[in-house]
Ligand binder design. Structure first.
Ligand SMILES: Nc1ncnc2c1ncn2[C@@H]1O[C@H](COP(=O)(O)OP(=O)(O)OP(=O)(O)O)[C@@H](O)[C@H]1O
Length: 239
């Protein structure tokens, strides 16, 4: 089943001589169970593509479909609801809310969607356990967590509530390599369990966790191929 479909998607910032073509005529389909990596030089349009895929930004041409729904057909309220229910984001800087505990951060999407506080907390604790966070850390605030722990909370939040599309923008950027691999394993596991994943990365080794790699240059998809080697081979090579 196709979870994400980009059909001739373009994004232009500004107009006339100042126009920046951040993404040009991009076609991309990601099925349930698939993890796709996006690579490319700085400024090639990777974050733009990810933001369009998650409805954080709107294309200036073409269409973005999530689980068959054209995002541009939704009003603001419905788009926000679709994003909460279907799309999970993981960012390099975690984007946790400092005044909420780990469990409260993870349960926020459910509470915003009307789940009772008690049920949301129980689900959040299970999600935190799933990503390997010690239960003692559930009631800590983000500034009391290590980078690896904070990113686990961000991943739990991104995956909570059976989201089918997981978007990760350099999720390991601020982590040491061992913790980074753990985060990628979680993403891989979620895709194996039926989610569709899109991972922006500069690191070919991380792209090795993906089923496919899409290369961007100057806003255009220039190549889409299988990873150079599978993750296990790459990891063995690194030891
Ligand atoms: N709001 C904006 N206004 C104008 N130009 C923008 C805006 N957002 C992005 N751009 C431009 O669009 C192009 C693509 O940017 P984007 O952030 O998607 O690239 P990227 O591949 O993610 O880069 P990086 O690896 O450095 O994060 C760049 O030239 C960037 O300067």
């Amino acid at each position: 089943m196709t979870v994400l479909h980009l059909r001739g998607v373009g994004r232009v910032h500004g107009t006339g001589d100042n126009a920046v073509h951040a993404l040009v005529d991009a076609d991309l389909t990601i099925a349930a169970g698939e993890l796709v990596a996006i690579m490319g030089p700085s400024g090639s349009g990777k974050s733009t593509l990810l933001n369009l895929a998650g409805g954080l930004d709107a294309p200036t041409s073409g269409e973005v479909l999530v689980e068959g729904t054209v995002l541009a057909s939704l009003n603001k309220k419905r788009l926000a609801a679709l994003r909460r229910r279907s799309v999970g984001y993981v960012f390099q800087d975690y984007n946790l809310i400092p005044s909420l505990t780990a469990a409260e951060n993870a349960s926020l999407p459910l509470e915003l969607d009307g789940t009772s506080a008690g049920k949301a907390r129980r689900t959040a604790l299970a999600a935190l356990e799933e990503v390997g966070l010690d239960v003692k850390q559930a009631d800590r605030f983000p500034d009391e967590l290590s980078g690896g722990q904070a990113q686990r909370v961000a991943i739990a939040r991104a995956l909570i509530g059976e989201r089918r599309l997981v978007l990760a923008d350099e999720p390991t950027g601020a982590l040491d390599s061992t913790t980074g691999e753990e985060v990628l394993k979680l993403l891989r596991r979620r895709c194996d369990a039926g989610a569709a994943g899109l991972l922006v990365t500069h690191d070919a080794r991380h792209a090795g966790w993906a089923d496919r790699v899409v290369f961007l240059r100057d806003g255009r998809i220039v190549d889409s191929s299988a990873p150079l080697a599978d993750a296990e081979t790459l990891l063995e090579g690194a030891q």
